[in-house]
Design a protein around this ligand. Structure first.
Ligand code: FCB
Length: 482
């Protein structure tokens, strides 16, 4: 018997026909033009001016200047060959004070964007809220106040009636966990408040706003596909000690179940309601009928996945350190009384986030098993690395290519296991304003030279272009990454 290989080893993994490939951005992170054409002030304009809030005092005033370079960016998307582009509408551009009539010039900007996408056969995927709340609403209590949910409903109506004919896929909110728990709980994001009771109230009001938006979108847009984007994670205990198992359960409760349970099961997880029982106003803001609104059927779930976490109970931190583990100095989540552990040997991105692609596969399988079999889109996935333009004028971001390959392959694993994943969006098209890290963290597959605004495609852009063309990815080998 001959051992000679007769055909070359085939490492490709084709995706189902029609799988949707895209990239994602968000208004405040790329647009700039902060005071142009009647745009109002958002909580991020205010927060970024607070001393110490954002690295180097960076703001989104200019960002990638996308507002003025939209055509160039549309051409980049066309070159990339993607079938979809996920962007967000800045509420203060459309409704400068957060209530009242629309600012037509703001709507016109998004009209030009949607038309430009359609001309290039790229499907717009529109996020209605990616964190830029009009400041006047924050001055009245922001997401801690129920009234903000009605203001959101009015704003959604304005956008849907203006763009509804040409936008099919709508995402009500991006990562409401960050808006509530980072914005009102930990204070790392706008509006920079540290109050657990307010964070819990914001959590509920954001979900209620999502619920109120659903019927508005369905009545304004005939063929609307409505969903929400959650940042979900695979959170594991650092050991099988009961305290660590309980710690991981709390993290899962705060980050995953506080959002998935009300949306898909119509109830908040009891362990979390108990955990936050003394926080005021907290979940006491829930009123009769709210959960029915929140749990209305949606058409898809958007999942943003970046990194996993391994946690232990805070009381076990010293013991873990003595055993040689690297233990985070403080609770990474608001009031969960946990510490995260580094997994020895696991690679990290420039955000200090551990790289663990198979966490995405297990997360997707768990969503299918415990929640629903609706279509899932990976609405964000990507990595920041310390990119640079080399002497030949190129950005050879091979580490980003490896990251994307591993994670796209992990999505393929989930599809093989029967999970209904229908699309994948790379975060991000452009290097941009990475919130409290300012311009210091580059996530783009396109390099942006911030002083001039010039764009330069990175090696990952070409790699992603090939992946999209072939509708397949090669098997990833993550040697040495446990
Ligand atoms: C997500 C945000 C997105 C971007 C990535 C890196 O949490 O939705 O705007 O900043 O992280």
């Amino acid at each position: 018997m001959s051992t000679t290989r007769t055909s070359p080893l085939d490492l490709t993994r084709p995706f189902p026909p029609g799988f949707l490939w895209g990239t994602a951005t968000a208004s405040y992170q790329i647009e700039g033009a902060a005071t142009e054409d009647g745009r109002g002030v958002s909580i991020w304009d205010t927060f970024s001016r607070r001393p110490g809030a954002v690295l180097h005092g960076d703001t989104g005033d200019v960002a990638c200047d996308h507002y003025h370079r939209m055509n160039q960016d549309l051409d980049l998307l066309e070159r990339l060959g993607v079938g979809a582009y996920r962007f967000s509408v800045a509420w203060p551009r459309v409704q400068p004070s957060g209530s009242g009539p629309a600012n037509q010039r703001g709507l016109d900007f998004y009209r030009r964007l949607v038309d430009g996408l359609r001309e290039r056969n790229i499907e717009p995927t529109l996020t209605l809220y990616h964190w830029d709340l009009p400041q006047p609403l924050e001055d009245r209590g922001g997401w801690c106040e129920r009234d903000t949910t009605d203001r959101f409903a009015d704003y959604v109506d304005l956008v849907a009636r203006s763009l509804g004919g040409d936008v099919e896929r709508w995402i009500t909110l991006n990562e409401p966990w960050c808006s509530s728990w980072l914005g009102y709980g930990a204070g790392y994001h706008a509006p920079g408040i540290r109050d657990i009771g307010k964070a819990a109230a914001a959590n509920h009001h954001l979900l209620l706003a999502h619920g109120k938006a659903i019927p508005i979108l369905r009545s304004a847009v005939d063929s609307a596909k409505v969903g929400i984007t959650l940042n979900l994670g695979d959170h594991r205990p650092g050991s099988d000690h009961p305290l660590d198992v309980a710690a991981a359960r709390r993290v899962d409760g705060n980050l995953n179940r506080l959002f998935l349970d009300p949306i898909f099961h119509g109830e908040y997880p009891q362990d979390m309601l108990d955990h936050y029982a003394s926080a005021q106003p907290g979940f006491s803001v829930i009123q009769d009928g709210d959960l029915a609104l929140i749990a209305q059927p949606i058409d898809f779930l958007g999942v943003n996945y970046y990194f996993p976490s391994t946690v232990i109970d805070e009381s076990r931190a010293t013991e873990a350190r003595l055993a040689g583990y690297v233990v985070a100095p403080e609770d990474p989540f608001p009031d969960l009384k946990v510490r995260s552990l580094e997994t020895p040997g696991r690679d990290k991105t420039a955000m200090d986030w551990e790289i663990h692609a198979s966490g995405l596969t297990s997360l997707l399988m768990r969503i299918r098993d415990e929640y629903h079999s609706l279509p899932i889109y990976i609405t964000e996935n990507g990595a920041a690395f310390d990119d640079y333009v080399d002497p030949n004028g190129q950005v050879l971001d091979l580490n980003r290519i490896a990251y994307l390959q591993e994670h796209i392959s992990a999505v393929h694993d989930a599809i093989d296991a029967g999970v209904n994943v229908q699309g994948y969006f790379v975060w991000s098209l452009l290097d941009n304003f990475e919130w409290s890290f300012g311009y210091s963290r580059r996530f783009g597959i396109v390099w942006v030279d911030f002083p001039t605004g010039d764009r330069l495609t990175k090696a990952s852009f070409d790699w992603y272009h090939d992946t999209v063309q072939k509708n397949s990815v090669e098997y990833a080998t993550s040697v040495g990454s446990p």
